[in-house]
Design a protein around this ligand. Structure first.
Ligand code: AMP
Length: 602
């Protein structure tokens, strides 16, 4: 991003900055009782904390080995806590199932044994394309026990995103449903020779697949957990870039040190907590904090299979007596829309701590939660690449509504400017720059699969550059400004324009396509596409609708464009790149920035 463009972003967001400094005067002070009860009770406690200490909070395995699933499940059973409820699953239908830590150990041992019987051991790439059903959680932890690498795919993906990720990730084995297999995998399976087995959770007799339940019933229950090394690959999370294919961010078993510590210090998990992370494991939050952190901390986690519904959510919070709740701004905006009156009909007195991640959480939402729940949402910041929470509003820290909070003890964060290879610190408070982190924390991604240059480009001058623009105030609180690139963020999903454009281009009528994000009250942003048509094709409303349908079918509703505009031409640079930035600026009436490379004006 050019400096001019950066300035444009900064000035475009300046109004928001003013709003936030107004909100800062409405700081929410924590009571002495809140502070005393918090796992990180006061600022000075930070001085004694860091990665060495966090590492000692875990058990580890002999010989310096470390395995996420061991820390999440087996060690609790070994310490006599196997009877504690680990997982409480709420089905869409109203059914519910409960699993103790001992149950989870038995299920994951058996699943790991099945993988190993099928010949999938250390390093096997285990993909899941499932909704939030118990099999997903058993597969994730069982795969880690077997020494495999787990890669969760969001179940709303259409066939193209599934195929791209499984191909890049060289999937060895997939666990999915009969319907998703038939629709999203079977048509191209022959072109992915690495994919040796497909486990089906709800169907028998499907050609070329294994009936999971029946096979597990015949599998020996015992399994000796594979002693993985801290640097062994454990998780593969896909995230989208501005150009090119989705990136597979590599995480290792050592990441569990950060998951555990942030579960304890940021989400403030205590032994007796009932914790609900509403994120889907297809997004990194749903794995780091919807599977690993709650289990390593030995709490009970609630999993809801259903999609968002305000009434249902309040019922869950009340009935399940949820004490710690981790959700996202999109959902919070919908709850605000549903009204405080609905919240008031429920007894939410059990709720002790509420946190939010994924997008900027506006000051108004924090103040709303303080009014309605009597406690604020605690915003925190991280990304797929950081693997765990880096900056947060901690339980004992006063909340400045609109701010992301302060770095986790052990995390060194800074605001920097980048000029070529030069990285300079921005010391002046409330000055926009790029958010940077000092490399070396355990959950830091270890690479983008098969893309070394892309990985290397994330590090400069001894810093990891996050690609986000932010500011730090005089008290050390961080304030989010915006993303420094074109990636679209919709309802918690990062959407790369390239992926959407490629699918639009598959349509016989389309010559070229460019997509941008446009602000949306509910989703944060939604995808808007601009297309030009092939020679001789006439634009029409029927064609536009056909394109919308095509994109939806191929990409799934979460990623497909909501709006498509047919244009005679698209703006492009002299080197042939479509200028999405310009399309967006014009769409939103923002400054157009540097147009020196513009070739065609549309
Ligand atoms: P993902 O890798 O999908 O988790 O997306 C990471 C990106 O989401 C970050 O780089 C930010 O742009 C955005 N993000 C995450 N948390 C926050 C937050 N608390 N405030 C503002 N933006 C956030």
């Amino acid at each position: 991003m050019s400096d001019r463009a950066k300035t444009a972003v900064a000035s475009a967001r300046f109004g928001m900055g003013l709003e936030e400094s107004r909100a800062a005067s409405r700081t929410i002070r924590k009571s002495a009782a809140d502070r005393a009860a918090a796992n990180l009770p006061h600022e000075t406690a930070r001085l004694t904390l860091g990665w060495e200490v966090y590492r000692r909070w875990l058990d580890g395995l002999p010989g310096g080995c470390l395995n996420i699933a061991h820390e999440a499940i087996d060690r609790h059973v070994a310490h006599g806590r196997g009877g504690r409820e680990a997982l409480r699953w709420l089905a869409k239908t109203g059914d519910r199932r409960s699993y103790s830590y001992a149950d989870l150990k038995a299920h994951t041992d058996r699943f790991a044994r099945l993988l190993s019987d099928l010949g999938h051991g250390r390093g096997a790439r285990v993909f899941a394309l499932l909704g939030r059903v118990p099999e997903l959680y058993v597969a994730a932890l069982g795969a880690l026990k077997a020494g495999g690498v787990f890669s969760p795919l969001y179940s709303a993906f259409g066939p193209e995103p599934v195929r791209a990720r499984m191909t890049i990730g060289e999937a060895d084995i997939l666990i999915t449903t009969a319907a998703d297999y038939a629709k999203k995998v079977a048509p191209w399976r022959a072109e992915l020779p690495s994919l040796r087995h497909v486990l089906i959770v709800d169907g028998a007799g499907i050609d070329g697949t294994i009936d999971l339940a029946a096979t597990l019933a015949l599998t020996e229950p015992a399994f000796e957990l594979v002693a993985t090394r801290p640097e062994d690959m454990a998780l593969l999370h896909f995230t989208s870039g501005t150009t090119g294919r989705p990136k597979g961010a590599i995480h290792v078993h050592e990441a569990v040190v950060a998951h555990h510590a942030t579960g304890r210090l940021v989400l403030d998990l205590h032994d007796d907590d009932i914790f609900w992370c509403t994120a889907d494991p297809g997004w990194v939050t749903g794995t780091s904090y919807g599977i690993i952190a709650p289990l390593t901390n030995g709490v009970t986690m609630v999993i809801d299979e259903a999609d968002f519904d305000a009434e249902r959510w309040y019922e869950i919070l009340e009935r399940e007596r949820v004490t710690v709740w981790y959700t996202a701004p999109t959902a919070i905006r919908l709850l605000i829309k549903a009204g405080a009156e609905l919240a008031g009909r429920h007894d939410l007195s059990r709720l002790r701590f509420m946190a939010s991640v994924g997008e900027p959480l506006n000051a108004e939402a924090v103040l709303w939660s303080q009014d309605v729940f009597g406690r604020p949402f605690h915003d925190n910041w991280w990304q797929t690449e950081t693997g765990g929470i880096m900056i947060a509003n901690f339980a004992a820290l006063d909340v400045k509504p609109g701010s992301m909070g302060k770095p986790l003890p052990g995390v060194e964060a800074a605001i920097v400017t980048v000029d070529g290879e030069e990285v300079a610190l921005v010391e002046t408070p409330m000055t926009v720059g790029q958010l940077a982190l000092r490399p070396g924390w355990p959950a830091m991604f270890r690479g983008y699969l098969h893309e070394e240059a892309r990985y290397a480009a994330c590090f400069k001058g001894g810093w990891y550059l996050t690609g986000d623009l932010a500011m730090r105030d005089a008290d050390g609180y961080y304030w989010f400004v915006g993303r420094a690139d074109d990636v679209i963020k919709s309802s918690g999903h990062l959407i790369g324009p390239f992926e959407v454009e490629s699918v639009l281009m598959e349509h016989a009528a389309v010559a070229e396509a460019a997509v941008i994000g446009v602000p949306d009250e509910r989703a944060g942003e939604v995808v808007k596409a601009f297309v030009t048509l092939k020679h001789g094709v006439e634009p029409s409303e029927t064609l536009r609708k056909d394109l919308l349908g095509h994109a939806r079918k191929r990409l799934g509703a979460a990623i497909a464009p909501r709006q498509i505009e047919i244009r005679p031409e698209l703006p492009r640079t002299r080197s042939g790149k479509i200028m999405r930035r310009l399309l967006r600026a014009r769409e939103l009436g923002l400054p157009e920035g540097d147009l020196s490379t513009l070739e065609t004006v549309a």
